[in-house]
Ligand binder design. Structure first.
Ligand SMILES: NC(=O)c1ccc[n+]([C@@H]2O[C@H](COP(=O)([O-])OP(=O)(O)OC[C@H]3O[C@@H](n4cnc5c(N)ncnc54)[C@H](O)[C@@H]3O)[C@@H](O)[C@H]2O)c1
Length: 330
């Protein structure tokens, strides 16, 4: 039985981490720590073997590195950290201490994405040629434990990023995972179109973004993110391949649809993906993957070095948006 500490007790800790640890017999939650002196105790407590880092983005690296240096395994929420050097330092700390570091990129585990990965790997669809991926919802102020437009998600000091990195990391990481090629370049535009603080000032980060992503050897497409999709969440990815189209979470009824080049369709009814709109969150599989990785010592699909590749793309998007030019990644 592994004793778990959870740092940061907001929405993601409550809705996913705490409930998924509670359902896994290999783990027992030994402590919750939030913005107070308790956090230092958590990392020093020798009875705790692993830590979930669920704090604001700014503090991911501090907590993860402190926990790894104290000999704990770490599951850190996305986005991994707020700079490339922090992401690298986290990965190195895991390696140096011989501990596991996983990042909570739950979309890799979503049933339609996992199924699509197997179909693509079989060669049945041929090469991916182009894609479009969209992640939009009504904004983090209605999800965060604060339930306020004064949320840290809107402040550069605590969030560092806006919708592009908050939501885009999910889709960029998913595309890297599904396409299976090296990302080559990005051309990104970030906008703040609507969100304001309670006093009416525009928020300090983007609430919408459009990213054009190219992979080595060809595949190219767009990732669109939005915190201003009022009314309904959109969380879909469509891959246009040589032998047809793979649609994931693009239809409310069929989580996965394959449209072959001759027009024949295969519709798959699979479990839904977790969304911020869910009143009842389903299991993401992230906690089970973390605990299985610790117990077995085997690699997992959420290991930090692989997610670091996706974060490089996010940082390239930020560079592109500030320079107004495409940015090469290779
Ligand atoms: N995997 C996903 O799909 C997903 C979904 C939502 C949030 N997240 C990530 O989870 C993290 C937390 O988001 P949330 O939605 O739970 O936010 P939240 O605002 O609901 O909760 C954050 C909690 O962390 C605490 N906190 C903040 N900074 C801290 C610090 N330095 N030390 C200790 N406690 C601190 C706050 O007091 C609050 O209780 C973010 O990085 C976010 O991007 C991931």
């Amino acid at each position: 039985m592994l004793n778990i500490g959870i740092a940061g007790c907001g929405s993601i800790a409550r809705q996913r981490h705490a409930s998924e640890y509670a359902r896994n017999e290999a783990a027992r939650i030994a402590g919750f720590f939030d913005l107070n002196a308790g956090r230092a105790q958590a990392l020093a407590d020798s009875s705790i073997g692993a830590v979930s880092v669920c704090v604001a983005n700014k503090s991911h690296a501090d907590y993860a590195i402190a926990a790894l240096n104290a000999g704990k395994h770490v599951l850190c929420e996305k986005p991994m950290a707020i700079s490339l050097s922090e992401c690298e330092a986290m990965t190195q700390a895991a390696q140096k201490n011989g501990r596991r570091l996983l990042i909570g990129q739950n979309q890799r585990l979503a049933p339609a994405h996992a199924y699509a990965k197997r179909i693509l790997a079989s060669g049945e669809m041929g090469r991916v040629l182009s894609f479009q991926s969209v992640f939009g919802h009504k904004g983090p102020e209605s999800w965060s434990v604060d339930q306020s437009a004064d949320t840290w998600f809107f402040k550069k000091e605590f969030a560092a990023f806006g919708s592009m990195a908050d939501l885009g990391i999910h889709k960029i990481d998913l595309l890297l995972y599904l396409v299976g090629k090296e990302p080559e370049s990005v051309y990104a535009s970030l906008m703040t179109l609507d969100k304001t603080f309670p006093d009416g000032r525009p928020i300090e980060v983007d609430d919408n973004s459009v990213v054009m992503l190219r992979f080595a050897g060809g595949p190219a497409g767009t990732v669109t993110t939005s915190w201003t999709h009022y009314g309904e969440e959109c969380n879909s990815t469509v891959l246009y391949c040589e032998k047809g189209i793979v649609k994931m979470y693009a239809d409310p009824r069929y989580a996965l649809q394959i449209v072959y080049a001759d027009g024949v369709r295969a519709n798959y009814e699979l479990p839904a993906m977790q969304t911020n709109d869910d009143a009842q969150q389903t299991g993401s599989g992230v906690i089970d993957t973390f605990l299985e990785g610790i117990t077995s010592g085997c690699p997992t699909i959420l290991d930090a070095p692989d997610i670091l590749r996706s974060m490089r793309v996010v940082f390239a998007c930020l560079d592109s948006a500030s320079s107004g030019r495409p940015v090469s990644i290779l």
